[in-house]
Design a protein around this ligand. Structure first.
Ligand code: ATP
Ligand code: MG
Length: 408
């Protein structure tokens, strides 16, 4: 991408009401645009980060047999009445809207109901199971308070996966597969060491669910962990029964702040029963389908990564999700000509600062945008047939031969 052609300009100031560092940087660097409290647009750089996160998630979910769909945001109240989740007293984050022909629709805060209902058309027998279906989809939640930039918004991108099984044992087996996939996903996103599977409250059909909590001071949740972090639990389940279940004493636990970046849940019959998702089993009897659901907050993950890795100069993206690998900043006419050559054929990897700006301005933007490697080509580096490469994370700089750069 050529910055001279891009409509994005970095901004000197972020909106005053943005308190999270990540939100300030994401806005100033031109990744996102704030429409109003809790509602953001994703601009070219921000969209690339979102797509890179989605690619990693998609890759790992496809490996465990996930089939991708895209369901509607508009929701039929009838389905949600069947599970008693339409009533605003029961679910207080609905956005609802009136139909001009009369009646109401909802904007989906999640998709258990439509997913379960849709599959009634296709799943008839145990031979159709197991099945895992997922999507990346925009959810709407009328959150009382939008907070921390894109970490808590009223419109956000979620990955939601749902699995369907004939037996509880098969649900348990698949749940473990998802745990494996999630561990790989957070590793690849650069959040592996600080993201922990965390005991959280369950529901009618299961004692616990698991959250994926990234330890970070701006996180909204309080979690407790033991010395080697092999046991992490949400404060909502910090009680004697749970401590004894986990075989850990209160004194052994420390407290910290964390952001929930994912959640996995054994639903069993919670939705399949009221919505009537049944199959004929091996004995030819009709039985209710076992279900699990597994979320990842894609846009929240972007905010958490931005927050976790930024420094006093701006964003610092892990290479796996950075919008571009290189920020190419030529200096002088000869530098620009050599940079043009380097750029050609590598447009997807290089953010090309071909603007007529002072080097200091280009360098400040490179740092604010957090592109992993800055390449500077000037008369001085060209004298050595080289470019200067600077690692955004460590600040280390060295000369690399031009012919070696894009083969790294
Ligand atoms: P929270 O407790 O943070 O409100 P939740 O438990 O209600 O989240 P889930 O229904 O489990 O959320 O949704 C799956 C994932 O979607 C969460 O783990 C989180 O990463 C993300 N998410 C939930 N609410 C929001 C929001 N308002 N803005 C951005 N991401 C969100
Ligand atoms: Mg949750």
């Amino acid at each position: 991408m050529r910055l001279s052609k891009s409509f994005i300009k970095t901004l000197r100031d972020a909106p005053k009401d943005e308190t999270a560092k990540s939100a300030g940087y994401l806005i100033r660097a031109g990744y996102i645009y704030k429409e109003m409290a809790g509602v953001y647009d994703y601009l070219p750089l921000g969209l690339k980060v979102i797509e890179n996160i989605k690619s990693i998630v998609r890759d790992e979910l496809n490996k465990i047999g996930g089939q991708e769909v895209l369901m509607s945001a508009l929701q039929n109240p009838e389905l949600w009445q069947k599970t008693d989740r339409w009533d605003d007293q029961k679910v207080d984050i609905w956005f609802k809207t009136a139909l001009s022909a009369g009646g109401e629709l909802g904007l989906a805060p999640t998709h258990e109901e439509p997913m379960t209902n849709m599959l009634k058309t296709y799943i008839k027998s145990y031979k159709d199971l197991p099945l895992a279906v997922y999507q990346f989809q925009t959810k709407f939640r009328n959150e009382l308070r939008a907070k921390s930039g894109i970490m808590r918004t009223r419109e956000f991108i979620m990955k939601d996966l749902y699995s369907f099984h004939t037996t509880e044992a098969d649900l348990d087996r698949y749940y473990k597969e998802v745990e494996g996939a999630y561990a790989r996903i957070y590793d690849r996103l650069g959040l592996g060491t600080d993201t922990h599977e965390t005991f959280a409250s369950g529901g009618v059909f299961s004692k616990y669910s698991h959250e994926y909590q990234t330890f970070i001071p701006v996180g909204e949740d309080t979690v407790y962990y033991n010395s080697d972090k092999s046991i992490v639990l949400n404060e909502e389940v910090l009680n004697d029964e749970v401590l004894s279940d986990l075989g850990v004493k209160r004194e052994e636990l420390q407290e910290t702040r964390a952001a929930e970046v994912g959640n996995i849940f054994k639903l069993k019959f919670k939705y399949s029963e009221p919505l009537g998702l049944k199959i004929s089993n091996e004995n030819n009897e009709m039985q209710t389908v076992y279900m699990g659901c597994y979320g990842i907050g894609i846009s929240r993950v972007m905010g958490v990564i931005a927050e976790k890795f930024c420094d006093d100069k701006g964003l610092v993206w892990p290479e796996s999700i950075a919008p571009f690998k290189y920020y190419l900043a030529p200096i002088g006419e000869a530098g620009l000509a050599a940079a043009e050559k380097l750029y050609t054929g590598h447009e997807d990897e290089i953010l090309f600062d071909d603007r007529n700006l002072r080097p200091g301005e280009k360098f400040a933007d490179a740092e604010l945008m957090g592109i992993p490697y800055r390449l500077v080509i000037s008369d001085k580096t060209l004298a050595e047939d080289s470019a200067e490469i600077t690692d955004r994370k460590t600040g280390e700089t060295k000369l690399v031969k031009l012919s070696d750069i894009l083969t790294r």
